[in-house]
Write a protein that binds this ligand. Structure first.
Ligand code: URA
Length: 197
């Protein structure tokens, strides 16, 4: 992680991220955040997955499709938001042809934190939404239980909001639990959008 060269803007930061060696085992390409500078809402996920690594864009796989659907249901235009990840590389283990997602360690998340905070300083959103525990760890610097911390939060200088990661909805085993979890997620996105307005 490059810390000596202090970037003057988001483009310079992104150049540093692209040139740096991954801090996690797996993906070699950094997946950068995307969206307009000054976006009212910034979403922070965990790390790119298989599809994100292949396409070079955040939240374009199954979790991304669910996020898109929930944003639409909440009346939020994704292109008006900024979307990024706590960890900029896909951490995985190769098993045969499959690349199996590996959760980043606390130490790895903290290593990537400097980039994330700089990135958010440049984007300067009204509200930062942590999607899940890894994002909440990166933004607060401490381990967070989503069930207890869910809702409005403060991430250092940034007004924040903590909610679940969309992939947690995909892990619900029955249809009823999934529908309840999805409705609560959409409610969170609506609340966050109101706070950011
Ligand atoms: N999960 C994440 O946390 N981020 C992505 O970009 C995709 C899936």
């Amino acid at each position: 992680m490059e810390r000596e060269r202090v970037p003057a803007n988001l483009a310079e930061l992104n150049d540093i991220i692209v040139a740096a060696k991954p801090m996690v085992h797996g993906g070699h390409k950094a997946v950068l955040g995307e969206g307009p500078i000054g976006a009212p809402l910034a979403f922070v996920g965990e790390q790119p997955g298989d599809q994100e690594d292949r396409q070079g864009r955040p939240f374009v796989g199954p979790a991304g499709r669910l996020l898109d659907q929930a944003l639409e249901a909440a009346g939020v235009e994704r292109t008006s938001t900024y979307v990024t990840n706590a960890v900029k590389h896909f951490k995985y283990e190769q098993r045969g042809k499959r690349r199996i997602h590996q959760k980043p360690t606390v130490g790895e998340v903290k290593h990537y934190r400097w980039w994330l905070i700089k990135e958010l300083e440049f984007v300067h959103p009204h509200l930062v939404v942590a999607l899940g525990a890894t994002a909440a760890l990166a933004l607060t610097g401490t381990t967070v239980t989503i069930g207890r911390a869910r809702g409005p939060a403060q991430f250092g200088p940034f007004r924040g909001y903590i909610t679940v990661h969309p992939s947690s909805l995909l892990r619900q085993t029955d249809e009823h639990s999934r529908a309840v979890a999805y409705a609560a997620f959409v409610r969170d996105l609506r609340n966050a959008a109101e706070l950011a307005a």
